[in-house]
Write a protein that binds this ligand. Structure first.
Ligand SMILES: [Zn+2]
Length: 446
């Protein structure tokens, strides 16, 4: 009985990775070979055919020679590995140890630059830049000489921005070769130029893991180019890039980093040659205030859920008091001192009774007007802020609420002290219910 192996790759392949010349991706050979026999046979045929032409599909990433699939039999068992299409015997992937690890990395990087995906990305950038009258002298792979003798780079595409700074656009197909970015930033800074990295794809998870280098150094912004941005560049006569930036988000587990993005013309970007940064959104200066805002939102949610559950233990209250005080918001000593206000406003906000034991929304309104007169003004503002007028009218089938309103309205207008709000709660209202606060503060002025 023959068993299906988990993977058809031999245990000790000489060639450990192949380069996909369409996508520019480096594939570990176990992934390229896989466990699907039919698929593997189709790949074997495809590679054999591609090797008859100049359009190789998979090549050895170290020497750039096309590869094909070879079968190794052991009894009934078949296993596969890759071999160079022409074996000269001196590929470092086979001989080992003759070139450094850095050299191997550099060869893989240069190999990926020969892929069809990379070539198309260069065309996209070049064509997009040509549509933008603020750019002049666009060049593809023009050698850029350093001031130090013998130093040079060959950026994928370069062009002069508004007659002031030459920008080197370097394509990255994925996050595989991010380490070369760090090396090049220094070179372009010394030349008074600016390097702008443009990606083909964006893997949020990989980006998160590498944000300490490229993304952090570039203000947590990155750029993508595609057929779509090329079309947009043509329509708007400007180099349009798809910009992405990291921002703090509030989730169930607290604050995390998420990604946001939009298309933008190059003219909208900030160019920082000293820091070798190109960015749309200035993440670094936003971070602190934005994180504080996110943390405040998180506190409000936590507090409102705790209040709605009505367990109201003193220990939690004391710790909320501390957190609120740090934000300049005062909570009274005990929960019961604020219960009328908080029940009234959370009820109005939710459109259903919070804190009290009433079956109907309108019963809560009667309780406020009858037992919490000093909260009434804020409650009325909340009914307006959260659009509860129709709901309350619908529940007021006998007109009792309407009669009550006409009863207290004059007193409110006359500023009857019995109905004046307790100003000690102002910071609390402003923090938890900003929409209510904006109505109340307008009333104070008027
Ligand atoms: Zn090789």
């Amino acid at each position: 009985m023959s068993r299906e192996p988990a993977n058809y790759c031999v245990e000790d392949p000489e060639i450990e990775e192949v380069l996909d010349m369409d996508s520019g991706e480096l594939l570990p050979v176990r992934d390229a070979i896989g466990s699907d026999f039919d698929k593997l046979m189709r790949l074997r045929m495809e590679l054999a055919e591609a090797n008859q032409t100049e359009e190789e599909k998979y090549v050895c990433p170290v020497c750039g020679v096309g590869v094909y699939l070879v079968c190794r039999r052991n009894g009934d068992e078949k296993r596969f590995f890759f071999r160079h299409r022409s074996e000269s015997g001196n590929c470092p992937a086979i001989t080992r140890g003759e070139i450094t690890k850095e050299e191997i990395e550099a060869r893989k990087y240069n190999g990926a630059k020969e892929s069809r995906a990379h070539i198309r990305m260069k065309e996209i950038l070049f064509e997009s830049i040509r549509r933008d009258p603020d750019f002049s002298d666009p060049q593809v792979e023009k050698v850029w000489k350093g001031m130090e003798r013998g130093t040079w780079r060959k950026p994928d595409v370069s062009a002069v921005w508004r007659n002031s700074v030459r920008v080197a656009f370097e394509v990255q197909l994925s996050t595989t070769f991010l380490h070369v970015i760090a090396q090049r930033r220094l070179f372009y800074r010394e030349q008074g130029g600016l390097v702008c990295w443009v990606f083909k794809t964006f893997d949020a998870e990989a980006a998160r893991l590498t944000q300490d280098d490229i993304f952090h150094n570039n203000n947590r912004n990155l750029f993508l180019a595609s057929e779509e941005t090329l079309r947009a560049s043509g329509e708007r006569s400007a180099l349009i890039l798809d910009c992405r930036w990291a921002e703090p988000r509030l989730g169930a587990d607290g604050v995390s980093w998420g990604w946001n993005g939009r298309q933008a013309p190059f003219a909208e970007l900030t160019l920082d040659t000293g820091g070798q940064r190109v960015f749309l959104v200035d993440r670094e200066s936003l971070d602190i205030s934005e994180l504080q805002a996110v943390a405040s939102e998180e506190l409000k949610r936590r507090f409102s859920a705790w209040w709605a559950a009505q367990s109201l233990d003193e220990e939690s209250w004391a710790s909320f008091r501390t957190e609120f005080r740090l934000r300049g918001v005062s909570l009274p000593r005990w929960p019961r001192e604020a219960s009328g206000l908080l029940n009234a406003l959370y009820t109005a906000k939710a459109g259903r009774v919070v804190g009290w034991d009433h079956p109907k929304f309108i019963s809560a309104a009667h309780t406020v007007a009858g037992s919490h007169k000093r909260v009434l003004r804020a409650f009325r503002a909340a009914l307006r802020a959260y659009g509860r007028a129709d709901q309350i009218a619908a529940e007021d089938s006998e007109g009792r609420w309407a009669r009550k309103v006409s009863g207290y309205k004059a007193k409110l207008a006359a500023r009857d002290p019995e109905y004046e709000r307790n100003r000690n709660f102002d910071s609390l209202i402003a923090f938890l219910f900003p929409d209510v606060w904006s109505i109340l503060s307008r009333e104070d002025e008027g």
